[in-house]
Ligand binder design. Structure first.
Ligand SMILES: C[S@@+](CC[C@H](N)C(=O)[O-])C[C@H]1O[C@@H](n2cnc3c(N)ncnc32)[C@H](O)[C@@H]1O
Ligand SMILES: [Zn+2]
Length: 373
């Protein structure tokens, strides 16, 4: 984590049901600008949030988080760096997982595949890209898949959202995944902070946008005859999250949308792409976006609205008469928080490349809403 990021964060611990919001004292080792291993300590309640391999884990129960993510974290972080109060339990769980490694291969392949799909989606362009990454040998090319990629790949939610961000704005992204929006708006936004609950995604986002080291390989699907992730790819890495004038541009931390480690009113724009339908309580997203932006600030949200049945039922039970689809219900959630919905795109195509013979097309609703001055 960049040292300057500590000033933007606050303590997400709950004290008698309310967020503590204390400021942090930063400690640890790393480079001049960055802490690679260390901790953020709350000056109010004393809770400590670990920074592991450059990733600050700023969630309400950091110990529970570490123990629930032993598998993902232990691939990149040695046991000796786990805070001593959780280390024995962490090591025990890591050893138990290794002992039964064979049983988990399917799950590992699945998580590697999901990351690969998002990395391609976030970082590979179509137009102007001389490398036609969606084919490996000429005979394997499907003319139809090529046509769909040429038609839709560069017209997805990233293009819509980056066009809505204005030069010089301070941007916060919630559920940022592997961080491709940061790259798109570099040079346009004044600053960018990404938050996601996935340790691996934040590690990859920091690698690709700040040049932080990454101990894994970046592999992508091709012809499934040669395996699930048959190709190794080199993605361009941007070095440093700091402008030439020494002012930090970007960083990424682990955090949870329902307990964000962020004070109110400090950003001009908050973006959340394709995450609202993963929340147990979707209305928390617009409520948090409203709290986080300054007066006159903007919330941008996109979603394919793949609701879990239980969540959809909850929404149907509350929404007013006359609402006939997911886009309208989400716009209503933004309005009842106090936002004015000013722009809306009903169907933005969002294409995933699954392998040489399979692509997947989603249709995403995008909205732009303003908090009154
Ligand atoms: C469908 S992915 C979308 C990723 C990226 N925004 C995009 O559009 O490609 C949803 C992301 O939200 C994150 N996420 C889900 N629930 C979250 C929560 N409660 N707090 C923070 N991030 C969350 C996931 O880890 C994942 O990266
Ligand atoms: Zn605190």
């Amino acid at each position: 984590m960049l040292k300057s990021t500590a000033e933007k964060l606050c303590c997400p611990a709950r004290i008698q049901g309310k967020p503590c919001q204390g400021q942090f004292r930063l400690e640890g080792q790393g480079t001049r600008d960055e802490v690679v291993y260390g901790a953020l300590e709350c000056e109010r309640c004393g809770e400590r949030y670990p920074i592991l391999e450059g990733v600050a884990i700023v969630v309400p129960e950091p110990g529970e988080y570490l123990l629930a993510h032993v598998k993902g974290i232990s691939k990149f972080v040695p046991d000796s760096q786990i805070p001593s109060e959780y280390r024995d339990e962490f090591t025990e769980q890591r050893e138990a997982l290794e002992a039964e490694a064979g049983e988990h291969i399917e799950e590992d392949l699945e998580s590697g595949r999901v990351n690969a799909l998002y990395l391609m989606n976030h970082y590979l362009g179509c137009e102007g890209n001389p490398e036609t990454w969606w084919k490996s040998v000429p005979a394997s090319e499907s003319p139809e898949i090529t046509e769909w990629i040429r038609r839709y790949w560069d017209r997805g939610p990233f293009e819509t959202v980056s066009a809505w961000i204005e030069p010089g704005q301070t941007v916060l992204e919630l559920g940022c995944g592997v961080g491709g929006l940061c790259r798109r708006i570099r040079g346009k936004a004044k600053s960018y902070l990404g938050v996601d609950s996935s340790f691996h995604s934040i590690l990859l986002a920091r690698h690709l946008n700040l040049g932080a080291p990454y101990r894994g390989e970046l592999r992508f699907p091709g012809d499934l005859l040669f395996g699930n992730l048959a190709r190794e790819f080199t993605l361009p890495i941007e070095r440093g999250g700091i402008h030439a004038d020494g002012v930090p541009y970007s960083d990424f931390v682990v955090g949870e949308i329902d307990a964000l480690p962020l004070p109110s009113g400090k950003f001009e724009v908050t973006v959340s792409m394709n995450a609202i339908d993963m929340l147990n309580e979707p209305k928390i997203l617009p409520e948090e976006q409203f709290r986080l932006v300054s007066p006159g600030g903007v919330a941008i949200q996109t979603g394919p609205y793949i609701w879990h049945d239980r969540i959809a039922k909850g929404l149907r039970g509350r929404m007013p008469k006359g609402i006939s689809d997911s886009a309208a219900v989400v716009e209503w959630l933004y309005r009842i928080c106090g936002f004015r919905v000013e722009k809306s795109e009903p169907h933005v195509p969002w294409l995933f490349f699954k392998h040489l013979r399979q692509i997947e097309l989603y249709s995403v609703h995008a909205l732009y809403a303003k908090k009154p001055d």
